[in-house]
Ligand binder design. Structure first.
Ligand code: NDP
Length: 288
């Protein structure tokens, strides 16, 4: 059986197309423009590229986008004031605080993320949105796991009744991923660095989601023949080559379907951010 390569660009284009249609509909019927504000603090080069990509993607789809660049020296109080002013700004429906924050603000991260109004929290990190997801009331869901689910759905991968194994239990990928799969009736196992005999568990997975941050960690012997393998990891090898957490060349010989890195689920993260922004704009409009 030949492996199916799940190309991120194909699915990202489908999501963006439906977001574009939504944006046009909102503009025509509600006479407003969905708006996203991205706050970036300091000069982290990778963050600057991510923010520029988000801004460009908004422009392509007709979403109003504001990038607020703040100096590394900004205090927590000043940053909180900025967030509060965006919470109150009717032209802004989604607020994203680009992470990581500079060292001096790292300990304030939780408080700053909590200051974003849950209805504008397009990253889905606010405890209210985390709680809603946990009790099966999906509102604004973290973009990377939301992208993984969307890809599985668009690729017509059956989830209900399947055994989904997730490696990684972070708040931004592993845990929300587990809740999303559970809500779609998968039997879910979450593995982490203390999991004993990891391979014996991963080999039971019909759907294997890998989010650990270790280059080419998952090898062919860890994968059940025919499994769907979603690689969330992004790692740079010493020779600068970008690879995932899965050894793609080996695992594609065993898996039924697999996402490449680069070119896999990473491309869906921005698409889901745009989708969350439009969702937030629609819900805020209904609440008005
Ligand atoms: P974290 O570092 O927050 O979490 C990593 C998780 O992997 C932890 O739960 C950790 O376990 C687990 N882990 C680490 N080593 C092992 C091991 N040997 N065996 C089993 N489990 C292990 O990472 P993130 O969730 O933030 O990110 C994971 C990867 O996904 C990274 O490569 C990141 O770059 C990428 N990523 C990609 C995104 C995209 O847009 N495509 C977005 C977000 C992340 P424990 O909890 O016990 O420490």
């Amino acid at each position: 059986m030949s492996v199916r390569i799940l190309e991120g660009k194909v699915f990202a284009a489908q999501i963006k197309q439906s977001v574009k249609v939504e944006v046009e509909k909102i503009k025509a019927t509600q006479r407003m423009n969905p708006g996203l504000a991205v706050i970036i603090v300091g000069e982290n080069p990778a963050s600057k590229v991510y923010v520029a990509n988000k801004h460009k993607a908004c422009e392509e789809l007709g979403i109003y986008s504001e990038v607020i660049s703040l100096p590394e020296s900004i205090s927590k109080e000043e940053l909180l004031a900025q967030i509060i002013s965006l919470n109150e700004n009717p032209a802004i429906h989604g607020i994203l605080l680009q992470l990581p924050l500079p060292e001096a603000l790292k300990n304030e991260e939780a408080e700053l993320l909590k200051a974003i109004h849950p209805d504008k929290d397009v990253d889905g990190f606010h405890p209210v949105n985390v709680g809603k997801l946990a009790i099966g009331q999906e509102h604004l869901v973290p973009c990377t796991p939301a992208g993984c689910i969307k890809m599985l759905e668009l690729a017509n991968v059956e989830i209900a009744g399947k055994h989904a194994v997730i490696i990684g239990r972070s708040n931004i990928v592993g845990k929300p991923m587990a809740n999303l799969l559970l809500a779609r009736h998968a039997t879910v196992t979450i593995c982490h660095s203390r999991t004993a005999d990891l391979s014996s568990i991963t080999r039971q997975a019909d759907i294997l989601i890998v989010a650990i941050g270790k280059a080419q960690f998952v090898t062919a012997d860890m994968v059940k023949p025919g499994a769907v393998v979603i690689d969330v990891g992004i790692n740079r090898l010493p020779d600068k080559k970008l690879v995932g957490d899965v050894d793609f060349e080996q695992v594609k010989e065993v898996a039924g379907a697999i996402t490449p890195v680069p070119g896999g689920v990473g491309l869906l993260t921005i698409a889901m951010l745009l989708s969350n922004t439009v969702k937030a704009a629609t819900l805020l409009h209904v609440k008005k």
